[in-house]
Design a protein around this ligand. Sequence first.
Ligand SMILES: NC(=O)c1ccc[n+]([C@@H]2O[C@H](COP(=O)([O-])OP(=O)(O)OC[C@H]3O[C@@H](n4cnc5c(N)ncnc54)[C@H](O)[C@@H]3O)[C@@H](O)[C@H]2O)c1
Length: 258
Amino acid sequence: MGNRLAGKKAFITGGAQGLGLAMGKMFMEEGADVTLTDIQVDKVSEAAESIGAAAGIEHDVTDPQAWADALAAANEQMDGINVLVHNAGIGSWGSVESESLEMYRKVMAIDCDSVFIGSQAAMPYLKDHQPGSIIIISSVAGLMADGNYLAYNTAKAGVAMMSKSIALHCARSGLQIRSNSIHPVFTRTAIIDPMIQLKGSQEAGEKALTRNIPMKRLGEPEEVASMATYLASDESKFVTGTEFRIDGGITACGVGSK
Ligand SMILES: NC(=O)c1ccc[n+]([C@@H]2O[C@H](COP(=O)([O-])OP(=O)(O)OC[C@H]3O[C@@H](n4cnc5c(N)ncnc54)[C@H](O)[C@@H]3O)[C@@H](O)[C@H]2O)c1
């Protein structure tokens, strides 16, 4: 147990499992108050209880009214909000030829538009409890493309740039509110299960997913949570508008790199 996040009041979306839950747990261990939200209502309540969080709230990040309600409830529970983690997300497998418009719109709504809706809705709370930090879970897919990740690539690149725009607006308005994006490579959570299963076994799936990662392994949720803890804390108080890769070296690779 530490106190790097003493006085921090964090609102984390997609907190029922995976990276959201790992961040919530580490934030709690570092002295923050935490509210987890998720579209999976039972699971987010259990998750919140398991880490001793202030609240676990049902919240669909595509719905502006749900944002207003969830933020108001979290503000009430924690007596403020000064860390906002946009983590809820879905994957999608489809190319310019195979992706459906319906799925494209769904991915953009959950992975990209929600970050605008939620950041705008949270600004009054963040302004009231400065210094504040917005942390956006993008992906290496926001920095490098795959022919079969059309919608996901587009959404994750979009939020990386959105983060910079938010950061610049806040800094130039004299607000002590920072915004940064985190870009993990394949990390051990449920979101990669369909890709593992495609290969027939856990071992074959992991081998395929890690083939191009120089460090030759998946990321662990705690490795992403560590970066989020730094960005939530005042240790990063001069850090805004930038992106952090947790990727075993994959985005360092150039042509011919092995
Ligand atoms: N695990 C990885 O390999 C990896 C890599 C890069 C980026 N990411 C990103 O990390 C974030 C967290 O994903 P994860 O790996 O923990 O996967 P996960 O599937 O375990 O968790 C995603 C969570 O988002 C929630 N969610 C989905 N749609 C929602 C909605 N409309 N409203 C509210 N909540 C919703 C889900 O219920 C789930 O709890 C995502 O944005 C994902 O794109 C993951």
